[in-house]
Design a protein around this ligand. Sequence first.
Ligand code: GLY
Length: 375
Amino acid sequence: MTRVNRREFVIAGAAAGLASATPSQAFGRAPAVLTRQSPKAVVISSANGNRFRNGGTETCVELAFRRITAGDDVLDSLVAGVNIVELDPEDASVGYGGRPNADGIVQLDACCMHGPMRRAGGVAALEGVRTPSSVAQAVMDQTDHHLLVGPGAQAFARNMGFEIEDDLNTDRSRRLWLEWKRRTDPRHYLDPNRELARRDVETKRLATLDSEHGEDELHGTINCNGINPAGQICGVTTTSGLAWKIPGRVGDSPILGAGLYLDNAVGAVGSTGRGEANLYNLTSFLIVENLRQGMSPKDAGLAGLRRIQENTIERRLLNSRGLPNFGVNFYVLDAGGEYAGVSMYSSQNSRYAVCTENGAALVPLEPLLDGSPGD
Ligand code: GLY
């Protein structure tokens, strides 16, 4: 549980005022009196933040927005929101029931940042805890460190009172892993109903599985960022990472500057999609710096995607048009409460979630490129 004292509240409010000024006000000669417009509360997230309810009545963005507007700490509200998705077995890309690694083990990554308190925490390759975002918040609140990994992260979680489970697979995630295993290691993992005709059908069906899942699902993640009327900005990103990954692989999600970055005076940015592309460019950090230069959330995000495109030169990562053959998305919220979601392709995961005083909705992502990664 994170609380902000009065001094931090005032500093955050002043910083938000500076950021909501025009670039000439912010970087040129400041007027004697800065008239600050309070931002309205906003929560944005990847689309899964307005899809899953885990049997309850609210989605992630709805719950987070309700709590923020009731005056709760912004990060506490966002983490409570993403907990819904982490706990929901229907989202096979995050938390409990997330797609496992190549050994069939669910390994989770998460990080969070608290803008007004200038704090951050993360966990990577964590096994056995359904809500890695809450463990990341405990790292932030209860240690001097920013990132704990693997067995050390699990031992920390146990010591903090989190329940450790032997296996975070659901029947569905185990079935998906077994289908992948049969496809990639058919000599050892046989279809139990292996008459020839059926096997042909099964082989064809399995061959299309990855495209059916969609690349976004294979890299599935939730990022959620929010701001309150005092201009306090926080963010959280949580994932089971790349499906069927080499055990120990860590993507962008728990890495500050990649899966998430924010500056309370400027804005918050988080990501879903191909983590390696984002890690190479530390794109969330780059987009926050673009905001700092006065770009709009949309322009700042598209410039980040352009950097990824420019740095993607290996043939194995290019499609027939010489463009990246993967999807990656960024969710951008500035200190004035303006926001945008951007994606590499128009076809990729084409919506993101927004909750304002008008309620929650899925709205279109702004694409950098036409078509799809496979074109
Ligand atoms: N963006 C999630 C991952 O690549 O692990």
